[in-house]
Design a protein around this ligand. Structure first.
Ligand code: HEC
Ligand code: HEC
Length: 295
């Protein structure tokens, strides 16, 4: 009897030791953009996080959870307050709705799967992850990013093929996306496009124009620009998603925001072109395109 009692005491001491790192929120918080997070929501967010997210994103939100080892795309480190897939220009803070979209849809081709959470649960866990980077999020004075506004698609389905043609020109001769990603036209077409757009024939071709170029990130690891006909595009499945992503860029990575760098019409055009490339995945047309380029 006594022994069992001692054991019980022992257990409770152990449990309180383990639990001493736990902090319960005793006060409400106000985050960027004046988002008000009651303490009850923060505590609820913490328990959702502990149950569903901690294995990857880590006890301290630093992305070093037990299940993070060996993941090709590492879980986000929330302590930096830097996010890739906000619907705001890179470097600016995403809105709660941007996080909800990621939670609902997941990030394609990564360990970040879609979650079946209620709106209240999403609100709670999103407020909780902000507490990992208080210097970035906490305070009434903190500003959220400027939400990307979706303009009317000047092409639309009726002018799909002219959108793709213009997008191909923007990609290879206006924005030079191939400087990080890769080119999807042969030397002759590349030269013709550049003659049409820039008035210059290309004779000196970049030997790496068909290679994907690894890029640095703010988290210290490298990131690979996707090959659109092969890899997953993480945050976009539609032309409109791509339009938003191109305007926003990918935060913390080399992928810039194209807003105000190229015209709005050209952002739409290149969004159509990238969607066209994505749709070639696993089709004979992809092979035909790759064969025609290598000639
Ligand atoms: C199995 C591992 C895993 C679990 C579990 C997981 N995530 Fe993730 N999460 C990831 C990975 C990997 C990324 C990074 C994807 C990338 O960089 O493309 C990520 C990224 C994110 C991002 C960053 C999005 C951005 O724009 O930068 C948020 C927010 C996020 N996760 C929230 C959550 C929440 C909330 C939960 C729990 C409900 C959760 N994650 C559970 C693996 C996981
Ligand atoms: C300076 C290098 C650089 C340039 C130039 C560049 N990108 Fe990227 N891009 C990247 C990197 C790096 C990533 C991967 C980011 C990550 O880690 O998820 C990326 C990712 C993307 C994605 C995928 C987003 C997602 O949701 O997964 C799309 C689409 C994209 N780029 C389109 C373009 C287009 C179109 C252009 C030209 C208008 C372009 N990029 C120019 C570096 C670049």
């Amino acid at each position: 009897m006594r022994k069992a009692f001692k054991l019980l005491i022992g257990f409770s001491v152990l449990a309180s030791l383990v639990g001493c790192g736990e902090k319960h929120f005793l006060e409400d918080k106000v985050f960027a953009g004046g988002v008000y997070a009651p303490k009850a929501a923060l505590n609820k967010g913490k328990s959702i996080y502990t149950e569903y997210c901690m294995a990857c994103h880590g006890v301290n939100g630093d992305g070093h959870g037990v299940a993070a080892k060996g993941l090709q795309v590492p879980p986000r480190d929330f302590t930096k307050g830097v996010f890739k897939f906000g619907q705001v220009p890179t470097g600016e803070l995403p809105h709660d709705g941007d996080f909800y979209k990621i939670l609902k849809e997941g990030l394609h081709g990564t360990a970040m799967l879609p979650w079946d959470l209620t709106h209240d649960q999403m609100f709670a866990v999103v407020q909780y992850i902000k507490t990992f980077a208080p210097a970035v999020w906490e305070g009434k004075d903190k500003k959220l990013g400027t939400a990307i506004v979706v303009t009317k698609d000047p092409y639309g389905p009726a002018h799909e093929s002219s959108a793709i043609q213009r997008g191909k020109e923007v990609y290879h001769a206006v924005a030079n996306c191939q400087s990080c990603h890769r080119a999807y036209v042969g030397h002759k077409e590349f030269s013709d496009i550049n003659l049409k757009v820039n008035g210059e024939k290309v004779t000196d071709f970049d030997p790496d124009m068909y290679k994907i170029k690894m890029q640095e990130t703010e988290w210290g690891f490298k990131s690979m620009p996707p090959e659109f006909t092969w890899d997953f595009v993480r945050s976009a499945t539609t032309v409109q998603d791509l339009y938003i992503r191109l305007n926003a860029g990918v935060g913390g990575t080399a992928m810039p925001s194209w807003k105000d760098t190229i015209s709005d019409e050209d952002v739409w055009a290149v969004a159509h072109y990238v969607k066209y490339l994505m749709d070639l995945k696993n089709t004979p047309a992809r092979k035909a395109l790759m064969d025609s380029i290598s000639k």
